[in-house]
Ligand binder design. Structure first.
Ligand SMILES: NC(=O)c1ccc[n+]([C@@H]2O[C@H](COP(=O)([O-])OP(=O)(O)OC[C@H]3O[C@@H](n4cnc5c(N)ncnc54)[C@H](O)[C@@H]3O)[C@@H](O)[C@H]2O)c1
Length: 414
């Protein structure tokens, strides 16, 4: 049985319109600093407060804020719970959270409980209990918890979404999604993600980072806008990559030689939706390989797959072979990319998608629209981490997604 709602759904809940968005940032590490540049590049954003327990990061952030012509931000760097004081400020409208995964939910909950809308880096949560905590808190406080899934704002992803909506692929049947990225170097550094991101590989066997691939495919499939994820089955390969890396690169007296890696190098899950559609979801960050999010959508009339981008629509000129996406650009290029794509590309964060995400969020907040991505998306896109772990541990038995929308997934949205 799903937990009972304590308040109404926040689907479609509009931001209260405002001229300027006053921003607090928790976590100005690698991601937080890079995103700070994006926030400062959007008009009508004022960064009023920053928080990080690493005191070295604070002047780096302040320099950027001052270089953008803004007043130095208030600083919260005293201890691990100092973020609670940032959340209490009355000159913050939106809190962006870019800390290690285990901190996302306590920080988002503190933000919403103190009346702030929040945006959480990915994955938003790491257990089903945490997913529900986000949903319950957002509904109770009437504050949004947006998942900051930048890949939903990529040029190809937004263009393919336009094409799906126009019916070019016919009836959508199957998707492919992944986070395939060789992170062996990054998770072994003595800084930044090396300090926390290797640890889950010693504890969990499943998909540790599902949302970059899954978010865009969920949008192609209208998840929570007419369909929902129902269950997944998952299986993992043995864990070899981090052992081989250590053998080659890590001195024998390093404490890392005590670590046991349990997360299979390649984890593959299959998600079934309520409407019977399927998604293949993969995670592989510990073997040598080129970057790939797959980003595949297959319908009754055609298929798109990325890395590299290629498309086939039945009857397409050139016969039964993949063609370049460019020929569809004139008709399906996303409006936001047409308007501010040049600026986004100049900024460059992940090819411009980071700027587009921030630009769009600020537009929604200024115009009093509902956010594109809400707490239900945050919960369902993050849930494959605990669900894949459960399924892998039970010999690939089906693991059911909770219905975070409590039945509202059936409603379409404009
Ligand atoms: N969307 C993307 O493309 C993308 C890219 C990279 C990272 N991320 C996500 O961003 C988040 C941060 O990753 P990162 O690469 O910046 O890691 P990082 O380790 O470089 O930065 C995390 C920062 O959080 C700070 N921190 C930790 N605990 C804190 C606490 N209790 N209070 C205040 N500050 C605290 C750390 O001192 C550090 O500066 C992660 O969730 C990661 O998955 C997303």
């Amino acid at each position: 049985m799903e937990p009972q709602p304590i308040a109404d759904s926040v689907i479609g809940l509009k931001f209260e319109p405002r001229q300027t968005v006053r921003l607090g940032i928790i976590g100005v590490g690698a991601r937080g600093l890079s995103m700070l540049g994006e926030w400062l590049a959007v008009e009508n954003v004022q960064v009023t407060a920053i928080c990080d327990i690493d005191k070295n990061q604070i002047p780096r952030a302040q320099q950027r804020i001052e270089r953008a012509g803004q007043k130095p931000a208030a600083v919260y760097d005293k201890n691990e719970r100092d973020f609670e004081n940032l959340c209490k400020r009355d000159d913050v409208d939106f809190i962006y959270i870019a800390t290690p995964w285990d901190w996302h939910v306590p920080m988002a909950v503190a933000g919403m409980t103190n009346g702030k809308h929040v945006g959480v880096e990915v994955p938003a949560a790491v257990t089903l209990k945490e997913c529900w905590e986000l949903v319950d808190t957002s509904e109770k406080t009437r504050r949004h918890c947006m998942i900051m899934e930048n890949c939903c704002y990529g040029y190809n992803e937004m263009m393919v979404l336009n094409m799906v909506k126009a019916g070019l692929f016919g009836e959508v049947l199957h998707g492919g999604a992944a986070y395939d990225h060789d992170l062996r170097g990054i998770v072994n550094e003595n800084r930044s993600e090396g300090l926390w991101r290797r640890l889950p590989h010693t504890k969990k066997d499943g998909n540790l980072y599902p949302t970059h691939g899954l978010g865009p495919v969920a949008q192609y499939m209208n998840i929570h806008r007419g369909d929902r994820f129902e269950y997944l089955v998952s299986m993992s390969t043995p864990s070899v990559g981090l052992y081989e890396y250590r053998e080659k690169r890590i001195p024998k007296d390093d404490p890392r030689w005590k670590e046991k890696y349990v997360c299979g190098d390649v984890n593959t899950s299959l998600i079934k939706t309520a409407k019977g559609r399927t998604i293949m979801l993969q995670h592989n960050v510990t073997t040598p390989r080129p970057y790939d999010r797959i980003n595949l959508i297959q319908g009754s009339k055609g298929i798109f797959q990325d890395y590299p981008a290629r498309i086939y629509i039945e009857g397409q000129e050139g016969g039964e072979r993949f063609a370049n996406l460019d020929q569809y650009k004139a008709q399906y290029e996303p409006a936001i990319w047409k308007n501010v794509g040049e600026l986004a590309r100049q900024r460059g964060g992940h090819g411009g998608m980071d700027f587009i995400m921030v630009y769009r969020l600020i537009q929604c907040m200024r115009e009093g629209l509902a956010p594109d991505l809400d707490v239900y998306d945050a919960a369902a896109w993050s849930a494959p981490t605990p669900l894949s772990e459960t399924s892998v541990a039970q010999g690939s038995a089906p693991a059911k997604f909770p219905d975070f929308t409590r039945g509202r997934w059936k409603e379409t949205r404009s």
